[in-house]
Design a protein around this ligand. Structure first.
Ligand code: ATP
Ligand code: MG
Length: 555
């Protein structure tokens, strides 16, 4: 039997230890987004990690909306989040939950803590509370309300619930330790009064639990075993453990932290993306220049490529930033064998074959993907007038330019050799057409003349071509300057992040193409039909990625 060479990441090691020691007899993980924005590539990492672990250990994966904060949450985001997670292939089965369904249970937990003398109602103002909290180097001071009796606390908390207390006038705090070196343990607030309508529970509640209190209860109610979160919650773990212990949950979950995924020179923060959308700088949350999951999907990334990317990044506790080029590497790898390689001209110039019979069309057999026979072949019409790329011709070529120039011969991909005889310029000096002759003996796959040419260029038949719009992308931010402006914290935008080419020509084989389909355009990259703007009569393509890469997979 082959030995297992894949080494386990630290979370797998912890889980296996727990299973072996009998701490848990199964594995249950969850993904708990707040429905206050669209998911991005970083969330994809968390989703695939949690779902992957549940799969690996034959456990269960829960999808839970952490909707305990009514101010920022919207149903629009619930739907988009579900769609994105399904697209990534993480299947929650029947395990779809809303944290707001646990408000009653959370309230019961608060009552329990009060009855145990572990929580109290505090009247300090927010400002006073800050003063009493102390600093990293100084312990805090006990609140004057800390020693209220259990009876008084129960009455006051009941008044909070009934709406007899002004917003912010009183809070419920956990009674832990004002001298703790960990500030999170200095009697944190667990409930506040806030008159807000909740999208799920309406006006039933005017008190809402704080995240650090609600989250461990949500996990414990669902019998999550491993509550995996990002590193910024490491200092909150003692509080997490305190809550599940004092609320007396049996077999409580444990929290494990890993480092967030950061992409170098890429905007991921919800706050910044929201601003770009609101300022109209991008075309919504799914603008293909963004790295929200919706944007990556629209751009033409596949779930497989994102999985590959997340695996390559690995799981660790060390904060690091990954190059966008690695994501590009993954999509190229994924599409390389799967997609047909078609000809498309993005910056057209007319090429006329003077000795090719006028009105004649021949249909050339072209293999769709030389590396994958299963993709079959197609017929491409060839005729007297073609389009080629403008930069495949030069009037005065530099050394080592092997494409078309007066007197030079090149191969037209999948077709014949052509030799440039002359060219025509308009009054501004711009070349408008190139005249060639072809050699019928050089038809690909048939003739062998012993003659060789150094350059091969692609083309499309002018009369049969399909016209399309193609959108080329660069990084949204100016990489030289970095993402954020040091002075005011604004974004350093790249003015060339979107280039729209309206006059591109494709082979006629694209007539049947559907939104979302993707292709390789030889020499130009991988392209995807835009799901939002493309129509049958006016095709719009997004460039997913070019073919060239500076990225090398580390050995
Ligand atoms: P952001 O601040 O980027 O908007 P968030 O943390 O506020 O993200 P949540 O909805 O609270 O978004 O996150 C849901 C889950 O996704 C959490 O468990 C969180 O730790 C995880 N997560 C968020 N950002 C990343 C990231 N960059 N890398 C890995 N996991 C992440
Ligand atoms: Mg958050």
């Amino acid at each position: 039997m082959a030995e297992e060479v894949v080494s386990k990441n630290f979370i797998e090691q912890e889980i296996e230890k727990d299973l072996k020691e009998g701490v848990y007899d199964h594995v249950c993980t969850r993904f708990p987004p707040e429905p206050n924005g669209y998911l991005h590539i970083g969330h994809a990492k968390s989703i695939l990690l949690n779902y992957g672990l549940a799969q690996e250990y034959n456990g269960t994966f829960h999808m839970r909306f952490d909707d305990t904060n009514p101010t920022k949450e919207r149903m629009e985001f619930v739907d988009s989040i579900k769609k994105d997670i399904q697209w990534l292939g993480a299947d929650w089965g029947e395990h779809l939950y809303f944290a707001s369904d646990y408000f009653d249970a959370m309230y019961e937990c608060a009552i329990k803590l009060i009855k145990k003398g572990k929580a109290y109602v505090c009247d300090l103002s927010a400002e006073q509370m800050r003063e009493y909290r102390g600093t990293l180097t100084e312990p805090g001071k006990n609140s004057p309300y800390r020693e209220r009796s259990i009876e008084e606390n129960l009455t006051l908390f009941e008044e909070m619930r009934q709406g007899k207390v002004e917003d912010g006038a009183r809070v419920l705090r956990a009674k832990i330790d004002m001298a703790s070196p960990n500030i999170n343990m200095r009697d944190p607030i667990i409930y506040r009064v806030a008159r807000m309508t909740h999208h799920n529970t309406g006006d039933k509640w005017c008190i809402y639990p704080m995240y650090d209190f609600a989250h461990p209860i949500e996990d414990a109610i669902e019998k999550i075993t491993h509550s995996i979160c990002t590193l910024e919650f490491e200092d909150h773990r003692p509080l997490y453990d305190w809550v599940v212990k004092e609320c007396e949950f049996e077999n409580p979950p444990r929290q494990i932290e890993f480092s967030k995924l950061y992409l170098t020179n890429v905007v991921t923060g919800k706050r910044y993306i929201k601003k770009l959308v609101e300022d109209g700088i991008v075309d919504g949350w799914d603008d293909p220049r963004l790295v929200s999951i919706a944007a990556l999907r629209r751009r033409g990334f596949t779930p497989e490529s994102i999985k590959m990317f997340v695996e390559l990044c690995g799981i660790s506790k060390a904060q690091s930033s990954v190059d966008y080029a690695m994501l590009e590497y993954c999509i190229r790898e994924d599409l390389k064998m799967k997609k047909p390689r078609m000809m498309a001209v993005l910056d057209p110039i007319k090429l006329i074959i003077d000795n090719y019979p006028e009105g004649q069309v021949e249909y050339l057999d072209v293999v769709n993907n030389m590396e994958n026979e299963a993709l079959g072949s197609r017929k491409v019409p060839f005729e007297r007038e073609l389009y080629i790329e403008r930069d495949d011709f030069m009037e005065e070529p530099p050394k080592k330019y092997f494409r078309l120039f007066p007197g030079n011969e090149v191969r037209l991909m999948h077709a014949y050799f052509v030799k440039c005889e002359s060219f025509v310029k308009d009054e501004t000096g711009k070349v408008t057409e190139i005249h060639c002759t072809y050699d019928p003996e050089t038809k690909q796959g048939i003739g062998f003349t012993g003659r060789k040419v150094k350059g091969t260029i692609h083309w499309v038949p002018k009369n049969e071509a399909v016209k399309a719009e193609v959108r080329l992308y660069e990084n949204l931010v100016d990489e030289e300057k970095g993402v954020y402006n040091k002075e005011d914290g604004s974004l350093n935008l790249n003015p060339n992040s979107l280039e729209i080419r309206k006059n591109c020509y494709l082979e006629p084989s694209f007539e049947e193409a559907q939104p979302g389909d993707s292709f390789q355009f030889v020499r130009n990259g991988y392209f995807c039909i835009d799901e939002k703007d493309s129509t049958k009569d006016a095709l719009v393509f997004n460039r997913i990625v070019s073919l060239k890469s500076s990225f090398r997979l580390p050995k």
